[in-house]
Ligand binder design. Structure first.
Ligand SMILES: [Zn+2]
Length: 403
């Protein structure tokens, strides 16, 4: 009887599976434009989360698929403005290769999208069972961060300490971890996801933290201390919003004397304390750049070319060590770029890297790593490799005394 029933049910599934788009989970986001059940053709655009920045991130679960079923996913830009009179260019939500998963855990890239004349990216994928997960890139949500922090703490015991940086405006915890001893001579602050959509930056952070927790980093942990926040904009990551250019300003334009976001205020307080007691050596902010940036690069300090003396030497030494260590497959550009698109001194001062420069010491360096997401190498594994390589560069950098 059971066997007969299951065969009957299977038959039903194969014949008339109803495709259904689900997004009510951590980081989920998709606005369904159309769904052709017969053709297995789904058109989406990133859903607009009012006031929560760029509609570029999307992440959905398609239910009702069958083994071997061909699915055509079409992604178009959000048609409504995310800020008054500003519609986001569709290229931000259309990676050459999106990602898919059959279990919601293991992700791999789709084949390359075809692009239509009306700016739609078309991804052709194949289901292997009743559920298919599709996303802009490998998702990294607050529960992923929790897993990383738990594992690193379990590996390191007394060599690490977890802490809650703050609660967000919506009451979610922003968690971090201190790796190494609080009274170490050398201190580093690293945060990722000030822009919620930039999931790749968080994967880089994961690789970075996991290297620091590895046996290879034992000596590093004995002399240095890293303060690491895997996700700053927890609220927008949790609801699948882009975060960038959110209202009144996003996290990386909020480093003023009166931050809007409590986690930014808390980070400022921690960093000021570090600087006042032991001194801050390095501030690192992890991001993802634009769709046409095909290699990782660092944003360096404005006015670097005019810098002289020790400060310039420190920044140059960092760049040289980063280029020597971040060697691929996502190979970092060997020269700094500068965020010249930020036009006013006032806005530049509200960026975290600028704030850290202004509130650090003579020996502090503050840089932003932008890891390319729109390449065949932009996978979770390769992002993590960039993170490990970044950590090795940091290890080398801190082998020389602060000057
Ligand atoms: Zn960013």
């Amino acid at each position: 009887m059971m066997k007969a029933l299951s065969i009957l049910l299977l038959g039903t599934v194969f014949a008339h599976a109803e495709l259904r788009v689900v997004t009510d989970f951590e980081g989920g986001n998709a606005e369904v434009v159309s769904l052709d059940q017969t053709a297995g053709r789904l058109r989406i655009m990133p859903a607009l989360r009012e006031g929560r920045g760029w509609p570029c991130w999307w992440f959905l679960r398609l239910e009702g698929t069958t083994v071997g079923q061909e699915i055509t996913l079409e992604v178009q830009g959000q048609t409504k403005p995310f800020r008054p009179e500003t519609i986001l260019a569709s290229s931000w939500c259309q990676p050459d290769q999106a990602v898919l998963s059959h279990d919601g855990k293991m992700w791999r890239q789709t084949s390359k999208a075809e692009r239509t004349v009306d700016k739609v990216a078309v991804y052709r994928v194949q289901a292997e069972g009743p559920t298919l997960w599709l996303a802009w890139g490998p998702p990294f949500v607050p529960s992923t961060a929790e897993t990383v922090l738990t594992q690193v703490k379990a590996l390191l015991g007394d060599e690490a300490e977890r802490f809650e940086l703050s609660k967000t405006r919506d009451g979610r915890p922003v968690n971090g971890i201190r790796i190494g001893k609080a009274d170490a001579a050398r201190h580093v602050w690293v945060n990722a996801r000030q822009h919620a959509w930039e999931a790749g930056g968080a994967w880089v952070g994961r690789g970075f933290a996991e290297w620091l927790a590895s046996p290879e980093a034992k000596a590093f942990r004995a002399r240095c201390c890293v303060h690491f926040i895997p996700i700053m904009d927890v609220d927008n990551v949790a609801v699948g919003a882009g975060g960038k250019e959110s209202l009144p300003q996003d996290h990386n334009r909020d480093w003023s004397d009166a931050p809007y976001h409590p986690e930014v205020a808390a980070a400022q307080k921690h960093i000021a304390e570090i600087q006042a007691t032991r001194g801050l050596d390095v501030f690192l902010d992890l991001h993802n750049p634009g769709p046409t940036d095909r290699a990782p690069f660092f944003f360096g300090p404005f006015g670097f070319e005019r810098m002289t003396g020790q400060q310039r030497d420190n920044y140059q030494r960092w760049m040289d060590l980063a280029a020597a260590h971040i060697t691929g497959p996502l190979k970092v550009e060997p020269k700094y770029r500068y965020a010249t698109y930020v036009k006013t001194e006032e806005e530049r001062a509200r960026m975290s890297s600028g704030w850290a420069r202004a509130h650090g010491g003579e020996g502090t360096i503050s840089v932003t790593l932008e890891t390319a997401w729109n390449t065949p190498h932009s996978t979770a594994e390769n992002y993590m490799l960039v993170g490990a390589q970044l950590a090795r560069a940091l290890d080398a950098f801190l082998k020389e005394p602060r000057r």
